[in-house]
Design a protein around this ligand. Sequence first.
Ligand code: C2O
Ligand code: CU
Ligand code: CU
Length: 509
Amino acid sequence: MEKTRGRRRLKRVLITLAVVGGVLGAAVGGSFAWLWTSADISTVGKARFDNALAVPPLAPSTVDKDGTRVFDLRMQTGSTEFRPGVATPTWGFNGDHLGPTLRAERGERVKVRVRNTLDEASSVHWHGMHLPAAMDGGPHQSVEAGSTWTPRWKVDQPAATLWYHPHPHGATERHVQKGLAGMFLLDDERSERLALPKTYGVDDLPVMVQDVTFDGADLDHGHHFLANTGFLGERTMVNGTLDPYAEVGDERVRLRLLNASTARIYTFGFDDDRSFSLVGTDGGLLAEPAAMNRIQLSPGERAEVVVTMRPGERTVLRSYPWRAGDSWERRFNGGDDSFDVLQLRAAERLRPSPAVPSRLAEDEGLELPEAGDSVRGRHFELRRSGINGRPMAMDRVDETVVRGTTEVWTLRNGGDMTHNFHVHDVQFRVLDVDGKRPEPALRGRKDTVAVPVGSTVRIALRFDGPSDPDTPYMYHCHLLSHEDEGMMGQFVVVDKGQRAGAPPGHAGH
Ligand code: C2O
Ligand code: CU
Ligand code: CU
């Protein structure tokens, strides 16, 4: 409270100084004016697009006698040449940086052998996956240095673009920034039948966007002292490639956009403002495609878009400045920044692609809960200092939900900085944003939603279990430094009449 009020006052004073400084050229005001004008970043028109986009390999898998698909992920240190001749220390899964794309089908049993060869504990969380709490890879499923953790579960959710990343308590931002992140794609019968671009690496491209700053050879992790959302890099990379271009040989290409940055919000569009079809969000396909020319993604969010190319052309996926937000947010938390993210180069002759289907899923096919089925509401006040006034505590269960029920959660950001909200295990329906029907980009399956300053978002969630009163799932702000500082809470799913157990106060097995 005090901190927030103090910061607001500081903000007001500084803004006044900036105005005064601009008019009078006063020394103090002048230096703030310099801070102000030097705080926004743009790589628009400056990106060279001279590196072919890296496409993470599909992870090999074996099938056990009982039909379980088995993957191996090794967390390791490495070294990556982002720039010619400069070796940057990085971390990766099965390689020097980032990780392979895991792929499985609805109905399959999967098992992942996660081996941690780092010299510190970490974890691997399956972001967006519906699975038992003990397999979730959150802070309670710590994988100690040198040890192996083998979660297994049955994939039981619609086709989607999910991802995986570490979730060690208090160190998630650093582990992700060092390069531990990858995609986990799910398919189902419907997605296999639909006439959408679906050849991985050809007309169906993973696009993991991260922002970086280099400090000599090293990745810089510093936070600007006026930024309160975390690390904001001065340039972007896609799948670990700086200045990337991708050659396209098909008339339509599907981009699976993932904001894998730790704090930056992107507003994606193309340099010529062309419209594209949004076909999927965090947890799966929309009921019908939505045409648009901008899509905003906060950290952790995904969007699947289909863009139509003309033969021989080049177009650039760009991140534009935010459309809303107060001037402080825009200036110091990246809202005024813009990036040329990825150039698409179309071949002179393109293979024809079918039109994007007008229906992608039945309404029921979204498998989202209805507000009318809600048996209880909960309120979450989002503050950097903690959700509902409490910083995260490993041994405290904040919310207990009953297996098989639907709830409506109200997320309120009454503070003065941007947050978002992510819930483990479930895909939720966004009911309204400040009382209004959500825009098309928020009408599909979601596990992460932005909650801008001053706004209220209501979501409906259904908890289908299995119950485990002793092992919590997390909900948190996905601005990773906020999460690390304690902007996270824990919930358990119990059977009717059951009570929450007592999770251990430390990360363990
Ligand atoms: Cu993507 Cu709790 O995380
Ligand atoms: Cu998650
Ligand atoms: Cu936050």
